[in-house]
Design a protein around this ligand. Structure first.
Ligand code: BES
Ligand code: MN
Ligand code: ZN
Length: 499
């Protein structure tokens, strides 16, 4: 879908469909819908009085104008109760309107924007575009039958009246597009199956992004990682025929800006290895590279938005498979940090590859490290499938993550990292084990990671739940979600030099 901004008035604009939003009654109509209503001799307000359109949240009503207006159709979309309105509902409403238009086979729509409820045009346009583009996302790459039945909206036109409004709308559109495209790229990578999205393909994708946006890139082969001492990453990678890649991208290198390291788990398929998983739902384990996809997408958006930060994106990528070369329970690994780990389960592979990636990130002396990983099933049990587990060693960084979470609607909930939990990881033969008991699984995974960041402010996001969902949300279709991307971008946009 192409989206652009134009000058125009709702009641005068000739188009296939005019998109209008309204709160629930008894709110009086305001803004563009009010101007359209008066031009239409009170048709919309009558309809609402009769109860044929109530303005309930996400309610959609399609109307034909029969030449009463230059627009051929009007779509009314409900915003619910005015007092409960926020940007999260707004994104949902934009999505529901977009899905309605697309599913009706209508190819073009016009949407007039005026500030309301203390929200600026920039914010409204940005969140509208995000809700619309994320809500109408589809993964059709491998659908070969009835391709002609796949519906897409051709163009959306956002209209404003004054030069100032148009300026603000264009700005909101630009950011909204950059963010949505990044999220959709992450979704494509997550939805792509493991026979397509291999570590090599992830590395190629990173190369491509590095080239387009002028970023530095380094892709280490497993043999190079081995020579550097990444015993944990190598142990996981060596069980697979598919070559592992240790990918680092760097944006704004050598400009004296604050350095932030983003680390993403890139297991392109997690069978569990020798500690093999049950086959039920194993197909979901293609999404085990969602952390890496989120890091890659964030790097892309950050550079498009020209954020004044030095970012390092680190993505250890490999499969986790059983084979004659695979690592085994009982093996003792020497990590890049020098600390040794006794492998109890080869299915706790994420923390292993991340341990080396976290240690590696310290070379950049970052002000903060944020890692994203589909780390534990236990986190899904604890928080469900739309909440990110938040862990960290730095109050200020954690609360800024929570602030970004509030703004983006990407919910997160803190879990503790008390020292006592470390007891579960004590090993008789090595510095620690890679698995504790069944209890507190998400916390134990995070405690393990905490041993590899030294004193650097660090936050770990366990995205095992929200990375891929079975039940759609207002602007998040089923499948890969791009979890964490919007949250990270918001955090980075709000970053202040003196943190
Ligand atoms: N990739 C999984 C975690 C996961 C499970 C993500 C379900 C999404 C949905 C991870 O590598 C894993 O297997 N974790 C184990 C850890 C255990 C062996 C300590 C788990 O959660 O069972
Ligand atoms: Mn696993
Ligand atoms: Zn995994």
């Amino acid at each position: 879908m192409k989206i652009r901004v134009e000058k125009g008035k709702a009641e005068q604009y000739s188009c296939e469909l005019l998109l209008l939003f309204s709160f629930e009654l008894p709110q009086p109509l305001e803004g563009p819908i009010q101007s359209v209503d008066s031009k239409w001799k009170g048709f919309i307000s009558d309809l609402m009085k009769q109860g044929d359109f109530k303005g309930e949240l996400f309610e959609c009503r399609l109307l034909y104008t029969y030449d009463a207006l230059p627009a051929k159709r009007v779509l009314l979309t409900g915003l619910g109760k005015k007092g409960e309105f926020d940007l999260e509902r707004w994104r949902g409403a934009a999505s529901k309107a977009g899905q309605f238009i697309r599913n009706s086979g209508i190819k073009q729509f016009v949407f007039p924007v005026k500030k309301f409820n203390a929200l600026s045009e920039v914010e409204l346009a940005e969140s509208f575009v995000i809700g619309l583009l994320l809500g109408t996302y589809q993964f059709n790459e491998f659908k070969t039958l009835e391709r002609d039945k796949i519906r897409e909206i051709g163009e959306g036109i956002i209209i404003g009246e004054t030069a100032e409004e148009i300026q603000s709308l264009s700005e909101g559109l630009r950011t909204g597009k950059i963010i949505s495209e990044a999220v959709c790229m992450a979704r494509d990578l997550v939805n792509g199956p493991s026979n397509q999205v291999t570590p090599t393909v992830l590395a190629e994708k990173a190369q491509q992004i590095a080239k387009v946006y002028g970023m530095e890139i380094q892709v280490l082969e497993v043999s190079q990682a081995e020579a550097m001492g990444m015993g944990a990453f190598v142990a996981v990678a060596k069980g697979s025929q598919e070559l592992g890649k240790f990918i680092s991208l760097e944006y704004n290198k050598g400009k004296g800006l604050d350095t932030i390291a983003l680390v993403g788990k890139g297991i392109t398929f997690d069978s569990g290895g020798i500690s093999i998983k049950p086959s039920e739902k194993m197909e979901r384990m293609k999404d085990d590279m969602s952390g890496a996809a989120a890091v890659l997408a964030t790097m892309q958006a950050a550079s498009e938005l020209q954020l004044p930060l030095h970012l390092v994106g680190i993505m250890p990528a490999t499969e986790n498979l059983p084979s004659g070369k695979a690592y085994k329970p009982g093996d003792i690994l020497r990590t890049l940090s020098g600390q040794t780990v006794e492998v109890i389960s080869t299915d706790a592979e994420g923390r292993l590859i991340l341990s080396d990636a976290l240690t590696y990130s310290l070379r950049y002396q970052p002000k903060a490290i944020i890692d994203l990983a589909t780390l534990t099933g236990a986190c899904v049990i604890a928080l469900g499938d739309y909440v990110i587990g938040l862990f960290g060693n730095d109050e200020s960084l954690l609360s800024r993550i929570e602030e970004a979470s509030g703004k983006t609607g990407e919910r997160g909930w803190r879990l503790p990292l008390w020292d006592e939990y470390f007891e579960y990881l004590k090993s008789d033969v090595a510095d620690f084990r890679n698995v504790g008991t069944r209890s507190a699984g998400a916390i134990i995974g995070a405690i393990f990671l905490s041993k590899f960041v030294e004193k650097t402010p660090w936050v770990h996001l366990d995205i095992a739940g929200p990375a891929s969902i079975e039940q759609e949300r207002p602007y998040i279709p089923r499948g890969g979600t791009g979890a964490g991307v919007r949250l990270l971008i918001q955090l980075l946009r709000d970053w202040k030099k003196d943190y």
